[in-house]
Design a protein around this ligand. Structure first.
Ligand SMILES: [Zn+2]
Length: 287
């Protein structure tokens, strides 16, 4: 009797776990995360002279390009974020888009760089047709990885996406926003085509849901996304250039585990929405 009870007590939760796992795995986002954790770049060979850069066999030349750019990219991120990396970031470079997509936690080939589980993933596109974007995209992704290294995944998801992307675009000198100019973004803001300045992130937009909602229908599908990245980058630049001590106070508060809203208050004695209004009223020529 006791044995049957024991079996029941063990078997019922076990069945729930198995059913729960099956349900979870049927969700694409969970499946991609599991695939990503299964394919961490740490398991790939590293360059003999740079243990941070791991590569899929066949991508060794790509890995050497990345290693050559890495010291400057790291220095840039540390200078703007105001803190050293919590620990060295693994960078995975891939020879095939299939391997890149399987590893990057999104099963995505549309983004040429992804940060997932504290690692940076770079698409083979950055070694081929889009090689001129490599420096900026590497720096952009390292900005995300630097934040994740200090505050962890959960606190990172809670930061608003516009802030994380704007910071990364600013740090990288426009990485991720290359195809929309500042002038085009300013004109869009004047027409009311603006990003939403929320004070927190959520799981819904953790996969990079930043986009300008109201844009002309004749634009290509990537336009509202890249426009949003450009606007976010310009706003981040405004925040840093208009008041450097406030920006540094805000960054330190984020690294110390405060919520984004708290960090903005600590930095600027203001809120993000009000700062956005000041940004759009500012004159870009007076910088
Ligand atoms: Zn990004």
């Amino acid at each position: 009797m006791r044995r049957r009870l024991f079996r029941l007590v063990i078997a019922a939760p076990l069945a729930l776990i198995v059913v729960g796992a099956a349900v979870a795995l049927s969700l694409p986002a969970v499946r991609h995360t599991v695939a990503g954790l299964w394919n961490l770049p740490d398991r790939l060979p590293a360059l003999p002279d740079n243990s941070q850069v791991h590569y899929q066999p066949g991508a060794e030349d790509f890995a050497r390009d990345v290693a050559a750019l890495l010291p400057d990219a790291i220095a840039r991120v540390e200078a703007v974020h105001g803190r050293r990396f919590a620990h060295p970031v693994t960078v995975g470079v891939y020879a095939t888009t299939q391997a890149y997509a399987a590893a990057n936690g999104l099963d995505s080939t549309s983004a040429v760089g992804v940060t997932f589980a504290g690692r940076v993933y770079l698409s083979p596109q950055l070694f081929r047709r889009q090689h001129q974007r490599l420096r900026a995209i590497l720096t952009h992704e390292l900005s995300h990885a630097h934040l994740q290294g200090w505050i962890g995944q959960i606190a990172y998801i809670r930061l608003p996406t516009w802030f994380k992307e704007g910071l990364a675009v600013m740090v990288s000198g426009g990485g991720g926003a290359e195809f929309v100019s500042e002038e085009q973004a300013r004109a869009a803001i004047r027409r009311g085509e603006q990003i939403v300045i929320d004070e927190a992130g959520s799981l819904d937009n953790a996969g990079g849901g930043l986009r300008v909602g109201r844009t002309p229908a004749d634009k290509p599908p990537w336009y509202p996304v890249v426009l949003a990245y450009r606007q976010a980058g310009m706003f981040a630049t405004y925040l840093r250039e208009s008041d450097r001590p406030a920006f540094d106070r805000m960054m330190n508060a984020i690294f110390d585990g405060r919520t984004f809203a708290q960090a903005v208050t600590i930095g600027y004695h203001d809120d993000a929405q009000s700062l956005w209004q000041k940004f759009i009223a500012s004159n870009p020529d007076r910088k």
